[in-house]
Design a protein around this ligand. Structure first.
Ligand code: ASP
Length: 329
């Protein structure tokens, strides 16, 4: 064997292994759910279709049996965490919950070290919620397992947008031309951002409504065609779906909001709801703060889809986990 043969052979092996490693990384990335922007139209349609199947047909098999899903939650959550957990378990996967306040995260462990630890223990997928925008992307860059974004800072909450979109589609033939009004704390809302991106892409006309402090004019640039309106009473008659948002006290960072003025101008009351078309639907991603962004009468009215959103969340998250782990239902 010539002296040159070994490096040649090893460089071939090396380039093959680099190629297969990057293909592996690519396939993990393509199964991750990091944000709405990186989903293809085909991904969106197949996730919504799969969620519909889960809603109609009861699960007979356990397609994710033997798979392990880590739920890494650096922020509090009720709906998102529980529905990912229920979705995972209903497909046969096991789950482990790591929350910031009962783990080594409190001792200063980095995000990547925590993620790598979970992967080394055999987690096949990490579902992460984090107060910093982009945290799921950082994990996805460092780990070779699919990462699912369960809400990152003020950036995105893609599974919420998918379940909202699915819920609307159960009530409306088509999303084309649907007039979606998102109201309240748009600035801090990852739900508003993901919904605007997803629904405008599917043909809806998105309007944001809120006071300047919680809705800067620049919000119009989130997606093509998005409008900003300040006057809730004038926006309501043009809405097919009214999505109310919570004022995110944990992210206000010194911003002073007068609750009285907010309630006066932006609370959805039965009187205000009467200004909207008779078939207009009310949505809220939760947690609702009754008496602030909406009244109990509205929250509990027949027009409110809040609990339907929660119910559909489990089906949509089953579809997301199945896509992440490559299982077949
Ligand atoms: N639950 C949603 C989120 O985590 C909305 C909210 O917290 O107000 O973004």
């Amino acid at each position: 064997m010539t002296r040159g043969a070994i490096p040649q052979a090893s460089s071939k092996i090396q380039s093959r292994s680099i190629r297969s490693a990057s293909l592996r990384a690519f396939s993990h990335h393509s199964r991750s759910l990091l944000d709405i922007e990186s989903l293809s139209d085909a991904d969106i349609h197949s996730l919504l279709k799969e969620a519909g199947r889960f809603r109609r047909v009861s699960i007979q098999k356990a397609p994710l049996k033997g798979r392990h899903i880590a739920l890494l939650f650096y922020e509090s959550s009720t709906r998102t965490r529980c529905s990912f957990e229920l979705a995972a378990k209903s497909l046969g996967a096991s789950t482990t919950l790591v929350s910031a306040s009962a783990s080594s995260i409190e001792k200063g462990e980095s995000l990547v070290d925590t993620g790598a630890t979970l992967a080394a223990m055999g987690a096949d997928c990490i579902v992460i919620r984090h107060p910093s925008s982009g945290a799921p992307h950082v994990l996805a860059r460092h780990l070779r397992i699919p990462i699912v974004n369960a809400g990152d800072g003020m950036h995105e909450h893609p599974s919420q947008a998918l379940l909202d979109c699915y819920t609307i589609s159960e009530h409306r033939q088509s999303l084309k031309g649907l007039r979606l009004l998102l109201v309240g704390d748009i600035y801090h809302s990852r739900v508003a951002r993901s919904n605007a991106l997803l629904l405008s892409r599917l043909g809806a006309q998105v309007t944001f409504c809120g006071p300047p402090a919680l809705l800067p004019e620049v919000a119009e640039t989130i997606a093509p065609g998005v409008r900003v309106m300040r006057d809730f009473d004038r926006a309501l008659p043009q809405a097919d779906v009214i999505m109310m948002l919570r004022v995110q006290k944990e992210r206000l960072a010194g911003l002073q909001i007068s609750a009285d003025e907010y309630v006066r101008d932006y609370q959805l009351t039965p009187e205000r709801l009467a200004l909207a078309p008779a078939k207009a639907l009310v949505m809220h991603p939760g947690p609702m703060v009754r008496g602030m962004e909406l009244t109990s009468e509205v929250a509990d009215s027949a027009r409110s889809l809040v609990l339907e959103q929660v119910r559909n969340g489990v089906a949509v998250r089953r579809a997301i986990l199945l896509r992440a782990l490559g299982g077949r239902a």
